[in-house]
Design a protein around this ligand. Structure first.
Ligand code: ADP
Ligand code: MG
Length: 756
């Protein structure tokens, strides 16, 4: 720590000069604190103000510490106050070493007295550390954790949690859980609940430093206090603590129940902010955007439904009814269609597109990849074959519906023709990749857009979509489809600005997919035998190759190698195709067509086949190095089989030594095929951050709230946001809250201000 500055207990923050003009003195670390007239400040501190105060205003935070803190995302006092403890050591219940009973599991807080390390027979390294408090000494021994020597240096204060053993008359813990609290005396902070902050070995951030800075920040905030913009009635109705209280108690809880009260309040704060931003963005959108009203019922749509090969599931019917209602108004539809793999989203999408056509407009279907666009085109062609559109040119006349694929594999001439058809309206439905939006494709009258796989389709593209209706300033109706199974309440948060329809029912007659986790070469051999049997019985198989890195070229090489090995080994004599992202589009399409037509027995592929591919005769899915894939991805891959009436199987082949989390993933997948259940597991294992990657850059909105565990608060925040905004579209009655939301929105999304 840099030399402590004379602390001035009630010194507040000098107002206003922070974000604008950090003085040289502050940046250099030799901060001169003048005790400037804090009294000039007015009213309690808002989060916006706290976010404008740099952490280098704190004692002991110089240039180096500032950089270290920035590394863990802490740049402002707001960041610091919301740098929440990872856990707590309850030193009210902590035992001094001399009272720690042999056999009990317990926390001791003590100073490191000495550290030694030696090599055991067999090469294992043993680090042993003596720690002591006022009353006694205890040894902690660590096997194969040589780095403990660097972590537990003499003089450091540590909290150890573990079982107390008796080793040759001395108290000992083996491989205890360790928290380094900082340097200094173990006597401090006894009898308290001590917060343990996320530490960064690399940045050199230890928990007691953080605790000291937090305490200083709190002290200096206390002059003005911290504002609570949440209306009192709402807060009290939910039994929530005030914000200042909660921010104090989360860091220094008098008791564990105070801590959970604090947490509830702060969780609610986070979720309410997200909900209010989403709601107000939505309102802004609705106020500005004008769409085209459609007649959903009609002969044409009826003809389409009459010709469908199977009855709709009731979930499909519900979703279509939602869409019918949406597109009937001038307010552009913004709907998310969420449905597990195989739930039949394509028909719902097509229904929406055909409403556009029935009303004399065009529809576009956008897929994330070329392969998928081609697949969609193929599927739609089959479903639309023979369907006729009322012909504008001849009263009462009909013409065939025209479907057009705009793909990377089209020749320049084909492409030019397609663009003309799109521009003149000769094409009724256009299928392409998301690139359709990027390019200057102009439509005669685009009124319905369906985007497949929302998780690859970011906010920026959505806003571009708004511009694609530029011709007459009408915004097309938008339906986004996702198979990413997000728990419903989480979806409310992640997609809070969209309406949601859920296909929570699979078409009848599906047989469950038997999923097996394959470990070791013997099991793999048995697997290949079964795969060959399936193929001999006339079915087909997918083999998905290890995802090596983010680098596509390495993935490609691994796919090529696997293909060669399988052809020479386990799948010798069979017709084995290869599909990966680097192949020319024409080759990809040709390979897919061969597989679809049953001219290939097996298809070795990278994850290009992850979404959307529909070949009902394929009944086997083998995923190699499955431990390297995420739950959602494996679930998607598995969804490529089980699409016909025949029993299907999925083999998840793991590498030698999967991580514990990977094992949990593979177990979850072998035990469940329910996408929503798996999503909950996924959320548990991965945390929330990942859900938001499309939506924000870097800083996480939810530091404390868990979408998996705080469903109650998600719901409460959503209801509160709805009420607050319904009563008062602009939050005019709550200027402080409105200001906070504005600050928050611009912080989470730098484009926000430009867009709104
Ligand atoms: P996904 O939601 O994964 O995109 P698809 O739309 O590809 O699902 O449909 C999966 C399979 O289910 C397709 O083979 C499709 O023909 C079939 N299907 C869709 N709806 C029904 C239904 N109502 N009854 C029977 N089969 C259906
Ligand atoms: Mg699909």
């Amino acid at each position: 720590m840099s030399p402590p500055q004379p602390s001035q207990p009630d010194q507040g923050w000098r107002p206003g000069n922070d974000a604008s003009e950090p003085s040289e003195a502050q940046v250099s670390g030799a901060t001169v604190r003048t005790g400037a007239p804090e009294a000039a400040a007015t009213g309690p501190l808002t989060l916006r103000e706290l976010d404008a105060i740099s952490v280098d205003r704190l004692n002991g935070v110089g240039r180096q510490r500032r950089r270290a803190l920035a590394e863990v995302g802490v740049e402002s006092v707001f960041d610091l106050l919301t740098y929440y403890p990872r856990r707590y050591v309850d030193r009210t219940a902590q035992a001094p070493i001399n009272e720690a009973a042999i056999g009990s599991e317990i926390t001791v807080v003590a100073d490191v007295l000495s550290v030694s390390s030696r090599r055991l027979r067999g090469g294992r390294r043993l680090v042993s550390v003596d720690v002591g408090d006022a009353g006694g000494v205890l040894s902690a021994v660590f096997f194969n954790q040589a780095w403990r020597e660097r972590q537990l240096t003499e003089g450091r204060t540590v909290a150890l949690f573990g079982k107390v053993e008796n080793y040759r008359g001395r108290k000992q813990m083996t491989n205890p859980v360790v928290d380094v609290l900082g340097d200094g005396s173990a006597a401090d902070r006894t009898g308290k609940i001590v917060a343990i902050y996320p530490q960064s070995e690399t940045a050199g951030i230890v928990t007691w430093d953080v605790a000291n800075w937090v305490a200083e920040a709190q002290r200096r905030c206390s002059a003005r206090g911290i504002a609570d913009p949440v209306p009192d009635g709402l807060r009290k109705g939910l039994g929530l603590a005030g914000r200042a209280q909660a921010l104090a108690d989360i860091h220094e809880p008098p008791s564990m129940s105070d801590r959970s009260a604090a947490r509830n309040r702060l969780v609610f704060d986070e979720l309410l902010r997200v909900q209010l931003v989403l709601r107000s963005q939505r309102l802004a959108r609705e106020a500005h955007e004008l769409g085209i009203a459609h007649e959903a019922a009609g002969d044409f749509i009826e003809a389409f439904h009459r010709r469908l090969p199977h009855a709709l599931t009731s979930a499909q019917q519900r979703a279509m009814a939602d869409i019918d209602a949406d597109v009937a108004t001038l307010r552009p539809m913004h709907r998310l269609l969420q449905g597990d793999v195989g739930s039949g989203k394509t028909l719902v999408a097509l229904h929406a597109l055909l409403i556009a056509v029935q009303n004399g407009h065009q529809g576009a279907l956008l897929a994330p990849t070329e392969v998928l666009a081609e697949q969609h085109h193929y599927a739609l062609r089959a479903l639309l074959d023979g369907l006729e559109v009322p012909d504008e040119a001849r009263l009462g006349g009909r013409r065939p519906l025209r479907l057009c694929l705009l793909s990377g594999s089209s020749s320049a001439t084909q492409r030019r023709e397609a663009l003309v058809q799109i521009a003149t309206g000769a094409a009724d439905i256009v299928v392409g990749t998301h690139a359709l939006l990027e390019e200057s494709v102009s439509f005669r009258s685009l009124s319905v857009v369906v985007v497949d796989e929302q998780h690859r389709f970011g906010v920026s593209q959505r806003s571009r979509l708004r511009e694609s209706g530029r011709d007459d300033r009408r915004i097309p109706h938008l339906l986004v489809m996702t198979a990413t199974p997000i728990p419903r309440t989480a979806a409310m948060t992640v997609y809070g600005d969209l309406d949601v329809s859920v296909l929570d029912e699979l078409p009848p007659g599906r047989t469950p997919i038997a999923t097996q986790w394959v470990r070791g070469p013997l099991e793999a051999e048995a697997m290949w035998t079964e795969v060959r049997c399936e193929i001999e019985a006339g079915h087909q198989a997918y083999v998905v190759c290890p995802l090596i890195t983010e680098s596509e070229s390495l993935d490609v090489r691994s796919a090529e190698q696997t293909h060669a090995e399988l052809e020479a080994g386990p799948l010798a004599g069979l017709r084995v195709g290869l599909l990966h992202g680097r192949l020319p589009s024409a080759d990809k399409e040709a390979t897919m067509a061969q597989f679809r037509d049953g001219k290939l027995d097996a298809l070795v592929a990278t994850t290009v086949i992850e979404v959307g591919i529909d070949v009902p005769n394929a009944t086997v899915m083998v995923v190699l190095s499955a431990d390297r894939f995420g739950i959602a991805q494996l679930h998607q891959l598995r969804g490529r089989v089980g699409r016909g009436s025949d029993a299907s199987s999925c083999y998840l082949v793991s590498d030698d030594d999967p991580t514990p989390t990977a094992m949990q993933r593979l177990t979850a997948l072998s035990e469940s095929s329910d996408g929503f259940k798996l999503a909950e597991v996924d959320l548990e294992l991965r945390g929330e951050g990942t859900l938001f990657d499309e939506r924000q850059s870097g800083r996480s909105d939810l530091k404390l709230a868990s979408l998996a565990r705080d469903l109650k608060w998600v719901q409460a925040a959503r209801d509160a946001a709805t009420d607050l905004i319904a009563a008062d579209g602009d939050l005019d009655a709550h200027p402080a809250l409105a200001d906070e939301i504005d600050w928050f929105a611009s912080r989470r999304d730098p484009d926000y201000l430009q867009r709104s």
